[in-house]
Ligand binder design. Structure first.
Ligand SMILES: Nc1ncnc2c1ncn2[C@@H]1O[C@H](COP(=O)(O)OP(=O)(O)OP(=O)(O)O)[C@@H](O)[C@H]1O
Ligand SMILES: [Mg+2]
Length: 266
């Protein structure tokens, strides 16, 4: 009888040890799994970041490859060059490389809470943005009108604001070219009221043929485009609404699409 009790006790003790070992093993396994999941999440967000950077770099890279073409052609044909033309191209190149470098920082900081907002002159920012896309507009004979009521100071992230402008202008350019619109035009109007600064980008490409029209902001939504990834407007809305407390709206008028960016002044 006594013997059996001792046996039982020993058996139980053995059992307990085994259990403890098992628990430790499972805990270790869980930790490894957590670590793996964390790494995978990190990889996924890095992948997303790279996707965004490459999306925003495609346009300036194209632009860069064409900046010096007219100068090269003139040299080849022994046509005299003036310094102004060369300096203009250099300035454009500087704007583009600055933008590309800022884009990396922007995406690295994208989810950071404590980003510092800065004040910037809207006219200056629009000018350097236009420098980044002007060649491809020129090549396609697209007229760009910029109407600024007053050279307003905006507070926010200036490069991210440029990224949004570039995405919207690029989309307009794509549609104007695809639909072979005659007298293609893009008009940017900046106005302000008491509370907000309003940027309107209009084109005459015939409008957005998607209902509901807000679908254009869905991630990976692309329509009638061969190489579209559907990132551009999704990212733009995120920038304006999550990072700048603003609104990005879309509508059509009789000529084409209108994108409206509303940024609060304070
Ligand atoms: N100005 C416009 N006129 C008509 N349709 C437009 C206009 N802007 C955007 N769209 C439509 O909205 C869709 C989504 O645009 P979005 O920029 O998000 O993606 P994408 O241009 O297709 O691809 P990506 O920008 O990632 O290369 C476009 O595919 C196009 O069909
Ligand atoms: Mg796009």
């Amino acid at each position: 009888m006594r013997q059996t009790r001792l046996d039982e006790f020993l058996e139980l003790e053995e059992h307990n040890k085994e259990l403890e070992k098992k628990i430790q093993e499972e805990v270790a396994k869980n930790r490894a799994k957590d670590k793996l999941m964390f790494q995978q999440a990190k990889l996924a967000s890095m992948g997303e970041m790279l996707g965004n950077i490459s999306h925003q770099w495609r346009q300036p890279l194209m632009e860069m490859s064409s900046i010096f073409l007219p100068i090269e052609a003139k040299i080849n044909m022994d046509i005299p060059l003036d310094n102004k033309e060369i300096l203009d191209s250099i300035e454009k190149l500087n704007d583009i490389t600055k933008y590309m470098s800022n884009t990396i920082d922007d995406f690295k900081n994208f989810f950071a809470k404590e980003k510092e907002k800065i004040s910037f002159e809207i006219l200056e920012q629009i000018n350097s943005t236009v420098n980044i896309i002007s060649s491809s507009l020129k090549i396609n004979d697209i007229k760009l009108d910029i109407i600024i009521q007053k050279n307003t100071i905006m507070t926010g992230y200036k490069n991210e604001y440029s990224q949004v402008l570039i995405n919207i202008i690029n989309n307009a350019k794509d549609v104007l070219v695809d639909r072979k619109i005659s007298n293609p035009k893009i008009k940017i109007t900046i106005t302000e009221n008491r509370d907000d600064i309003i940027t309107k980008i209009e084109d005459n490409a015939g409008g957005i043929k998607i209902t509901p029209i807000e679908k254009v902001f869905d991630p990976f939504f692309t329509y009638e485009k061969v190489n579209g990834s559907g990132i551009g407007l999704f990212m733009s809305k995120l920038i304006i609404e999550n990072n700048m407390n603003g609104k990005l709206l879309v509508s059509n008028n009789k000529n084409g699409a209108i994108f409206t960016i509303i940024i609060p002044k304070a």
